[in-house]
Write a protein that binds this ligand. Sequence first.
Ligand SMILES: [Zn+2]
Length: 485
Amino acid sequence: MFRLAGTARVLSLLLTCGFLFQHFTLAQLPPVREAAVNSIESRRQELIQLSNQIWKLAETSLLEVESSRLLAAYAEKQGFKVERGLADLPTSFVASYGQGSPVIAVIGEFDALPGLSQKISTQKEPLEAGKAGHGCGHNLFGTASLGAAIAVKDLIAAGKLKGTIRFYGTPAEEAYEGKVYMLRAGLFRDVDLCLGWHPRDQTKADTQSSKALVSLRVEFRGLSAHASRDPWDGKSALDGLELFTHGVNMLREHVKPSVRMHYVIRKGGEAPNVVPDEAMVELWIRDSTMEGVQLVLEKVKKIATGAGLMADVEAKLTVFSGVYNMLPSQTGAAMLFDTMKSLGPITYTEEEQTFARGIQKSAGVPEIGINGRLQPLETPIPDPPGASSDLGDVSWNVPTLHISVTTAPEGVPWHSWPVVACGGMSIGHKGMLFASKTLALGMVQLFEDAKLREKVRAEFAETMKGRTYKPYILDGPPPNVTLPH
Ligand SMILES: [Zn+2]
């Protein structure tokens, strides 16, 4: 015991020396902000361990039981009040500390993606074949955000900041839009401002929107019959489905370039000698705005009806979820840009650069290594390319500030094995700690500066003029987790 305690003391002394050295470049930071950075540095090893545990668990949407438990337990140990299993989502939780206003929230995700299990290697090599992996870096996402919340909590506890800090453990981002359920349950109602980040192959303060999305399924029902003996008695649900997808593919020529449509066939019959009586396709429609998505959706509904008529089968279209385009706070982005600048670029060792180039080589993209430099602040464009997130819905309800931080080398495909590999080693950890510090420092400024908060809220009020929000989820709890993802 004594030896251990002694070792811990030596370690903490060494760590302190490390901080002093690291903080040499941060000497210009005022003491409160320096304290926030110190909070994160003092938990560096714990945060890395936490993210590694979640990386190894690699639990998919709504099955992220252990990952959620680990983060919630850590928050509780740090003195947060934790409420679990909110909004019909067993793996959701909200950790809260402090009281009164302002109420500032930071978002954390922790779900993995199926089939992406990967070792820390520059080659595609599953850790466990067929298992899931953190191909979107959410092990880093949740941990960094919680680290930032804890740093702010330390300052509230020390009487240096006033108000409430909340960490939102938001499950099932990849498959079920967990945040939309949490919004519908009113869990964000009293939040003044919200912050988030996402792992990426670049470091930037986000000014661009994301795509709005609706997910729908079309179920076709016909009549089964022997495909050779009495096919005239059958009505093929698969014919209906094929006519539908053909119609969707013809529609591609007549939609705006900002539209994306992608589908998978979930059900298409069991055997060639049986006329399929059931078929199902799942289609996602995206555009820069929800209005754009709606326009395409109306056409897709007609295609489904037409396909059903042609194959003489029933066609039932159900929109089962959707997310809004992100409305990022420009005022917040400018503040977070300056914050990231003050932290300096993320730097990498030669060993990490070699790893990054190895990954790029295997992924077949230019071997330019990894770049942790801060990208210039971009002017928002109307139709940015990119993906969608349920954070978009949050941004329609609460002013949302967002950054992206490098956790994988430039050019590698996302939702893929290179992202998993980097997220379990020092490249990912560096991005995670940088994100954590940026979010903590950003929140400190927002807690301290009422005028800044007001400016962010005023911009939000202006953006929301003429816009109304209605969630695109079905009534009741989210879909059964046993459905294929
Ligand atoms: Zn993600």
